[in-house]
Ligand binder design. Structure first.
Ligand code: DC
Length: 222
């Protein structure tokens, strides 16, 4: 039985551009669950630090920004900027920042907005640290080259100047920071189902994940 109230919790983790965001949004829409892209919390923290001319590497500055995070910032288009993404991976490595954002995430999972019956949270440590008792845990991944190519195309479509080699290098550096940090590093929970989107397209990934959720919902109502 889930230990976080009656909310049905889907935890989706994985590296950047693995397809987890698209999957999370689609699953939330299909099952009528609320969705939280937890990367936005780290991006918003980074943006708040950068806006006040602070140093994202400074633990006290970053933790203070995380502690007084205004949820309005989560809708800010600048969260998509590569500079913000880079700073987000720096603040995400600071344990005090992660601690400051934990309650918000757990509260969203246990008490989803608009009285939704469940929540889908996507990030790096949802199944391992934020919601270790989630009803369904997915780890969505793809090869580094596939993910860099996706990010490259995304940037091009937004009209941002991008060079594939630089995007790949950036991706490798961000992956290294996310997986090698001490605090809640990116990792698949031992009970997570791995979905590799190097060879699966978005529809196939969605079908696989939907089937897992439907089965878990069914066994919960029995
Ligand atoms: O998924 P994203 O690119 O928006 O995430 C931004 C940064 O935040 C990235 O470096 C990973 C980090 N992050 C994290 O450490 N834990 C999460 N649950 C979500 C994101």
């Amino acid at each position: 039985m889930p230990s976080q109230g009656t909310s049905f919790i889907v935890a989706i983790d994985g590296p950047a551009a693995s397809g987890k965001g698209t999957l999370a949004r689609g699953l939330a829409a299909k099952f009528g669950f609320a969705h939280l892209d937890t990367g936005k919390l780290y991006r918003a923290t980074a943006l708040a630090v950068l806006q006040s001319n602070g140093d994202p590497r400074d633990a006290a500055t970053a933790a203070a920004a995380a502690g007084r995070l205004d949820p309005v910032l989560l809708a800010e288009p600048r969260l998509l900027d590569e500079a913000v993404a880079g700073a987000a991976s720096v603040v995400a490595a600071i344990p005090q920042v992660r601690a400051a954002l934990l309650d918000y995430q757990r509260n969203f999972a246990a008490h989803p907005p608009a009285s939704a019956s469940g929540a889908v949270l996507d990030g790096r440590d949802i199944g391992t640290a934020v919601c270790p008792d989630a009803d369904v845990k997915l780890f969505v991944t793809a090869s580094t080259e596939t993910r860099a190519e996706r990010r490259f195309q995304e940037l091009r479509q937004r009209g941002a100047p991008a060079i594939y080699r630089d995007v790949l290098q950036d991706m490798k550096e961000r992956d290294a920071r996310d997986t090698q940090r001490q605090a809640a590093p990116l990792a698949a929970a031992t009970d997570a189902v791995i979905i590799d989107t190097t060879t699966l397209d978005a529809d196939q990934a969605f079908e696989r994940a939907s089937a897992l959720i439907a089965r878990a919902l069914g066994s919960r109502s029995r």
